[in-house]
Design a binder for this molecule. Structure first.
Ligand code: GLN
Length: 312
């Protein structure tokens, strides 16, 4: 006997898929050449509830590199290992109102605005405690896998493509060493960050990852406590204010859920204590957020009254 809610959720996802699949505005990111090879029409949705039920629609099993969607999960690892203050000394928690790749560091503290933009994410990646860069990335990959509930892998072609074209991120890392925001060697930090961005997963994996954050850090499918509950709460708070780059305010106005997007078209959002949801669709709007993903979440939030400020 399946709970009655299951059909409601499956039907809602199927309906959102049908209603949004013809949206063809936006462009596939091409500044990392390998990303330009993505099928612009690929479109998958997945949702995982706090009791571990999994729902999906569309191309939910297509693998893609997670890119910036890894940022909240690596932030969770750094916060769990080091605590709030040591992380906060290197990176702020204010929405930047600027592009994800902005070259902007606070003139007084030298810190990047927040861990959801590239500069802040590179600083956070470098903070993950490890004896050497190999071990650091191994810990990051292991942590992403525990959030997803299965071991994930790196897409080597995307990694190489990113390493070949990532001079802007390299420049950010060197600038941050100058201001004191970056621990360790800039070249190593950026290399680890490129590998992290090139971790491959499906939208079904991403929904489990999001649900784990919404479930106080406990993976609702495997039952593993991946990060402590206060860390999950902090990460959701940073996602809510900073996760959608320079559209974070508009997102909070219209959707009202913690979320994070990435340039390969992935998007996760969390309804705390309810579910994690993920969408994959490679066409991006002008700030780099996926057009169909934003449309799906707007509709989902409106239809089910999910906005966090909503009084149910
Ligand atoms: N790897 C990408 C970059 O550093 C991630 C950016 C993103 O997903 N917005 O440019």
């Amino acid at each position: 006997q399946r709970p009655a809610g299951i059909d409601v959720v499956s039907e809602a996802l199927a309906d959102l898929y049908r209603r949004c699949r013809d949206l063809d505005q936006g462009e596939v990111a091409d500044y990392i050449p390998q990303l330009a090879l993505a099928d612009p029409d690929c479109f998958g949705l997945a949702l995982v509830s706090m009791d571990g039920h999994r729902y999906q629609a569309g191309d939910s099993r297509t693998g893609f590199t997670l890119q910036s969607v890894t940022k909240p999960f690596v932030l969770a690892l750094a916060l769990a290992e080091l605590g709030t203050d040591p992380v906060g000394r290197r990176v702020g928690c204010e929405p930047s109102g600027e592009a994800f790749n902005a070259i902007s560091l606070d003139p007084v503290t030298g810190r990047p605005a927040n861990p959801m933009i590239n500069a802040g994410a590179i600083a956070v990646t470098a903070l993950v405690p490890a004896a050497d860069p190999g071990e650091r990335f191994a810990r990051i990959l292991d942590c992403l896998g525990r959030f997803a509930g299965r071991r994930l892998e790196v897409d080597e072609a995307v990694y190489r493509s990113e390493a070949e074209t990532g001079d802007r991120n390299r420049a950010l890392a060197y600038l941050m060493r100058g201001t004191g925001a970056l621990a360790g060697d800039p070249a190593e930090a950026v290399d680890t960050y490129f590998r992290q961005c090139s971790v491959r997963a499906t939208v079904e994996d991403l929904a489990v990852m999001a649900a784990t954050l919404g479930n106080g850090g406990v993976n609702p499918v495997t039952g593993e406590a991946v990060v402590p509950e206060p860390v999950a709460v902090q990460v959701l708070a940073v996602m809510a204010t900073c996760g959608m780059y320079d559209a974070a305010g508009e997102w909070m106005l219209r959707v009202g859920l913690p979320a994070k997007s990435g340039v390969s078209g992935g998007l996760v959002a969390v309804a705390p204590a309810r579910f994690g949801v993920a969408v994959h669709s490679p066409r991006l709007d002008r700030v780099g957020n996926p057009v169909r993903g934003v449309a799906v979440l707007r509709e989902l939030s409106e239809r089910f009254g999910l906005h966090l400020m909503h009084n149910p």
